[in-house]
Design a protein around this ligand. Structure first.
Ligand code: SF4
Length: 347
């Protein structure tokens, strides 16, 4: 019998109410931030959720953390029905699911010492006294590559990478089963990014925690993820094992994200740039306007678009690696179904 996933999200929809219009009696349309999103994460697994700013990926993370309520769909975590919590989120869930935000400056209270920041969840969830908190906080700091004497310092005394290590130590203090990592390295320089990614990988081996790794950079996401889900304009359009998805993308938007990653080989870079131009028929990356409900959200930019794409968003088409793709190229005929998108000519 296969083990049930730790986190299961099914057919999730999240809508934000529209703001006021030009006149007092006018109201803008509601914003469909997430539509029909389904994904799962196993114990100890890393799922990368990748997409541009505004694609809905962070909104899914915030729903898992219960910062916002979905309009419909379900989120299950272990035995918890997360969407049924309402306003009272059980302490056990708060302990089991922790978050690391993009901005370590904004997420660390500048008036608290590092010892107080890391010690706070230890008091809240385990009721440790001051001496025990300090001892455990020192262990946590050492585990993220800092030193015990840093407990007495304040966040402003650290670099960006060190502050993110403090945020990771605080998140790990509750011994979580799932960490939501929301653009955790986006604000860091490239060399610090790789140090923090390596740290997260080591800590996952040691703790067995699962990660929901949310980021816009597919190269970073590939490095750390077991599986990847690609989002575009409120929809998950492709999922699959990280290596397959990056080597044989099935959705044109996934291929566009890959073509946007600079290639270290100067001979290959011009080919990549040309492929990116071929794929970007509707302008540069980025969705605009309200997310369509019926059509493929990528239809206006897709070089392969068919007539059906503007009227119908396809159902998931299963792939050999256990993932799926939502694209009519894989459902419209036996000659196209299942082929890597890279083998299709740009029309
Ligand atoms: Fe392009 Fe149609 Fe596939 Fe959307 S469904 S990605 S428009 S071919």
């Amino acid at each position: 019998m296969t083990e049930r996933p730790l986190l299961e999200i099914s057919d999730l929809a999240i809508t934000f109410p529209g703001g006021r219009g030009q006149w007092p009696w006018q109201r803008q349309s509601d914003v469909k931030a997430v539509q029909g999103a389904s994904l799962s994460i196993g114990r100890g697994e890393t799922l990368g959720l990748v997409g541009e700013s505004g694609s809905g990926k962070t909104t899914i993370g915030r729903a898992v953390l219960q910062f916002i309520q979905p309009a419909s769909g379900t989120i299950r975590f272990g035995d918890f029905d997360v969407t049924g919590f309402g306003r009272s989120v059980p302490a056990a869930y708060r302990r089991a699911v922790q978050v690391v935000f993009q901005d370590p400056v904004g997420s660390l209270n500048p008036s608290m010492t590092v010892g107080q920041i890391v010690g706070e969840p230890l008091q809240l969830h385990f009721g440790l006294d001051r001496a025990a908190r300090q001892a455990r906080a020192a262990e946590l700091l050492i585990s993220v590559g800092l030193e015990a004497h840093h407990l007495e310092r304040y966040p402003y005394e650290f670099s960006g990478g060190q502050r993110q290590r403090i945020a990771v130590a605080r998140a790990l203090a509750t011994e979580p089963e799932l960490l939501v990592l929301d653009e955790p390295v986006s604000a860091l320089d490239v060399s610090t990014q790789s140090q923090v990614i390596n740290l997260l990988e080591r800590l996952q081996d040691e703790t067995g925690a699962a990660y929901l790794f949310i980021a816009h950079d597919l190269a970073v996401v590939r490095h750390i993820s077991d599986r990847i889900a690609v989002m575009y304009h409120s929809r998950i359009v492709e999922t699959g094992e990280a290596d397959r998805l990056c080597e044989e993308p099935r959705h044109p938007y996934t291929e566009l994200l890959l073509a946007s990653i600079p290639d270290p080989d100067p001979k290959l870079q011009p080919l990549k740039s040309r492929r990116r131009r071929e794929l970007t028929v509707g302008g540069e990356l980025g969705a605009s306007g309200s997310a369509p409900t019926e059509s493929c959200p990528f239809a206006e930019r897709c070089p392969h678009a068919l007539d059906i794409c503007s009227t119908q968003f396809p159902d998931p088409f299963p792939l050999d690696d256990g993932g799926w793709v939502r694209c009519h190229l894989h459902t419209s005929g036996p000659t196209l179904a299942g082929q890597p998108i890279t083998q299709l000519a740009v029309v």
